[in-house]
Design a protein around this ligand. Structure first.
Ligand SMILES: Cc1cc2nc3c(=O)[nH]c(=O)nc-3n(C[C@H](O)[C@H](O)[C@H](O)COP(=O)(O)O)c2cc1C
Length: 189
């Protein structure tokens, strides 16, 4: 690891709410001692285009390191590459199923699998409604394997009046898992 830098892997999937992953990368700039390692699924590129006008180049430029979804030779595919863990935001039900079943057929899934096998922090932020029995069983399997399950939940006690405020509140909850407190996050007094 370079100097005293920490490393967090950020996975963005094709669930709705790709803007939350974008905001996470922006917020991570508040923590220059933490390297961000970004991997996006092919479906995430589709939701990025569907739901935002953010150019992909702009999104990629927010991360310190980016990886091709099919590149299994990437550093984050190996447990010997030391990281603090990984955040999957938003996490689709397909990616959830892959993680729950150890089916690592892309780099994002492999990186999450590595976090679980190495006992590192893995935060999944699943986005779907309503949840089927299969989704719930997969969430339970991931929780039992050590992941933190943090869906984007509406917040009513943090003066979160706008969608932007709601995202900030969610990112605060996610980053708390890594001991990081973003500006604008208002924890309960
Ligand atoms: C605009 C749009 C929104 C979607 N929203 C969701 C969602 O909220 N949750 C989900 O599980 N899948 C959602 N999907 C479907 C996923 O993109 C699809 O299942 C895809 O195969 C996920 O692949 P990935 O996990 O490799 O990103 C959405 C698709 C589109 C086009």
């Amino acid at each position: 690891m370079s100097d005293n830098k920490r490393r967090i892997i950020i996975g963005i999937t094709g669930a709705s709410g790709v803007i939350m992953g974008c905001r996470l990368l922006e917020v991570m700039k508040e923590f220059p001692h933490v390297e961000t390692h970004l991997v996006m699924t092919n479906s995430a590129l589709i939701t990025l285009r569907s739901e935002t006008d953010i150019p992909i180049d702009r999104l990629l430029s927010l991360a310190d390191f980016t990886y091709d979804i099919d590149d299994f030779t990437a550093a984050i595919a190996s447990g010997s590459f030391i990281t603090d863990g990984m955040i999957v935001l938003p996490c689709s039900m397909k990616t959830l199923a892959g993680i729950a079943n150890g089916f690592s057929d892309n780099l994002l899934l492999r990186a999450a699998d590595v976090c679980l096998k190495e006992g590192r922090t893995l935060v999944l932020s699943p986005r779907e409604a309503p949840l089927s029995l299969i989704h719930l069983k997969n969430l339970l399997a991931c929780k039992e394997a050590g992941a933190a399950i943090i869906p984007p939940m509406l917040t009513f006690y943090q003066e979160a009046d706008t969608a932007e405020d709601q995202i900030t509140a969610h990112l605060g909850t996610v980053l708390r898992q890594f001991g990081l407190k973003p500006k604008g996050y208002k924890p309960w007094k």
